[in-house]
Write a protein that binds this ligand. Structure first.
Ligand SMILES: [Fe+2]
Length: 261
């Protein structure tokens, strides 16, 4: 992908979002949040790909993927009024369909199209399916890292400002004052990603977020986490709970051991 092809995709994305936005203040606001997220993830994707010294064409593909990864979110919120996938649609699959049907990638070589389409489709799965083609796998890994980096930014801002209602898909059904779920604590201490089914309270949610560090793919991403002081900032706003603090120490030890902390 050359820089002009990237520009065409950017232009399409902006026009798509503008076209789909209805005249409704609440939806305008929700769409704006995802639009901003898309721009941040595009930037993160580019930074990670550049940091890993990928080919120029692959760096452009990475940026396009970052921009488009959540494109399914826009029609999801317009049609279903929610970003919560279990009550509506899988937004990764929806994005795959939207981009495929738009024809916006058709000028690109087939392998580049598939890097973007697979990246969109698999960015939001709990784990990456084994069958993902290895040439595309590094893009799937990259988008998952770039996305997490920005979700940490959103969560930090949300917890700090306490405007939880803006992100119902993140904080839905959470008991803000509830105790820690021993199953969630056991998972994180076992170096596993905490399952959503074990997230009942805000403390469990915090453990879930911390456990994402075990699902970061590239050390370059850890470098950005460290440069942006993400781990430090996120842990500073966590509840003062023995279980949470124990999990923080365990994750931090892992990051240090991996030379990533
Ligand atoms: Fe997403």
């Amino acid at each position: 992908m050359n820089i002009n092809q990237l520009k065409v995709i950017k232009k399409w994305f902006h026009a798509y979002v503008e076209d789909i936005t209805p005249d409704n203040d609440k939806l305008i606001h929700l769409i704006r949040l995802k639009y901003d997220h898309s721009l941040h993830v595009a930037e993160n994707s580019r930074l990670i790909a550049e940091g890993m010294k990928w080919l120029k064409s692959d760096i452009n593909v990475a940026e396009a993927l970052g921009l488009l990864h959540d494109v399914g979110r826009f029609s999801q919120v317009v049609e279903y009024r929610t970003f919560y996938d279990p009550d509506s649609i899988n937004h990764g699959e929806r994005g795959f369909k939207v981009v495929g049907e738009s024809g916006i990638l058709s000028a690109l070589p087939q392998n580049e199209q598939m890097k973007i389409l697979d990246g969109i489709k698999f960015h939001n799965l709990i784990t990456i399916p084994q069958y993902v083609n290895s040439a595309r796998l590094r893009f799937v890994k990259l988008i998952r890292d770039a996305d997490k980096l920005d979700i940490y930014r959103i969560i930090y801002d949300t917890v700090k400002t306490k405007i939880f209602e803006e992100h119902p898909e993140i904080f839905l059904n959470i008991d803000f004052d509830g105790p820690i779920n021993p199953a969630a604590l056991a998972q994180i201490l076992n170096k596993e990603t905490v399952s959503y089914r074990n997230v009942k309270s805000f403390k469990d949610f915090c453990l879930n977020q911390l456990s994402w560090m075990y699902d970061i793919n590239y050390s370059l991403t850890f470098r950005l986490i460290s440069e942006r002081e993400i781990f430090k900032k996120v842990t500073a706003i966590l509840p003062e709970d023995n279980g949470v603090q124990k999990a923080v120490r365990s994750v931090h030890a892992y990051m240090k051991k991996e030379g990533k902390g």
